[in-house]
Design a protein around this ligand. Structure first.
Ligand code: SF4
Length: 309
């Protein structure tokens, strides 16, 4: 199927496009977020860590160029490739003036062997001017925008304090699509109060929009977050690895085979993670997903009537 995988992996797609592995370099652009700076809230989404949901990247005090060169050094110990994607990961990476955004994005693009840009943001932080900038960048490089939707259910969105309604996502997603800008949507499984059916509703909703990419995450309870206090108080149900693997396989069966699967499990920093500790063994989670798909004789899109392979 996709280089021996039963789902359309990011690695497969990048090798198809660039002819070699693409290495993502996580950049901290020193932005903030309307959920953090008091505009919509000051405590962030309920699960958000102090570093704005980006815990494995560079020092924001360094320039974009310095961060990129430093990350290249680190990553070259692990992978051999000259294709790099600069990934603006922490906080909301379009939450600034167009001038500042332009400066930072073009600085990243000017670094050697940067062949694309990934920008994580919120759908309520892309206005007309920023959309025009993104369109311009999209005409010059391989660009994608990541939107943290997490769930299409607005009750869940209120609980996690996402700060925008799903119709806002719909609107921005359409604007990006109309400009041929690729979008990757993040969904989280295991949010308190969500049933398996609700989690799969989010997957179906996103898949029906033919998004370019999806990232699936298990909810992480991190230290010093409001979610950790809520967990201490309520001891809400944390999915087991078996439950997570099953729901991920159910989800993959509902996702359009054209959609690139950027991630199936998250990276929780060991020192910060309270639960679920099984996520620390990422290789096991991924291998259990592969095994489960094989046992089911299943693959991405299997349950979509339009896409039998
Ligand atoms: S939108 Fe992102 S950066 Fe902002 S509070 Fe939520 S998770 Fe954190």
């Amino acid at each position: 199927m996709w280089n021996n995988k039963n789902y359309h992996t990011f690695d497969y797609e990048m090798k198809k496009i660039f002819g070699e592995k693409a290495i993502k370099l996580s950049i901290d652009g020193n932005f903030t977020c309307p959920n953090r700076d008091g505009t919509l809230g000051s405590r962030g989404c309920i699960f958000c860590s102090e570093r704005g949901s980006g815990d494995f990247n560079s020092d924001k005090k360094k320039s974009i160029t310095e961060q990129i060169e430093e990350q290249k050094q680190i990553m070259s110990r692990k992978w051999k490739s000259n294709t790099y994607i600069a990934y603006f990961q922490n906080y909301t990476n379009t939450y600034d003036t167009v001038e500042n955004l332009r400066k930072k994005f073009y600085e990243a693009l000017s670094c050697e062997n940067i062949r694309g840009l990934a920008i994580a943001t919120r759908p309520d932080c892309i206005d007309t001017e920023i959309l025009e900038l993104l369109e311009e960048i999209n005409s010059k490089t391989f660009l994608w925008i990541e939107l943290g939707l997490q769930s299409v259910n607005d009750t869940t969105a209120n609980f996690i304090r996402r700060g925008y309604k799903t119709v806002q996502f719909d609107k921005t997603y359409k604007q990006l699509k109309d400009k041929n800008i690729k979008t990757v949507v993040h969904l989280i499984f295991g949010i308190p109060g969500e049933t398996n059916a609700q989690m799969l509703d989010s997957v179906k909703y996103v898949s029906e929009k033919n998004v370019w990419g999806i990232k699936l995450h298990m909810l992480h309870v991190l230290k010093n977050t409001d979610l950790s206090e809520y967990y201490e108080r309520t001891k809400f149900k944390i999915l087991t690895i078996e439950e997570y693997v099953a729901i991920v396989c159910d989800a993959l069966e509902l996702i359009n085979p054209e959609t690139v699967i950027h991630r199936l499990t998250g990276d929780g920093k060991k020192s910060e993670l309270i639960e679920p500790l099984w996520t620390l063994n990422k290789l096991k989670v991924l291998s259990d997903i592969d095994n489960e798909l094989k046992i089911r004789e299943s693959y991405q899109g299997k349950k979509l009537p339009l896409f039998p392979l």
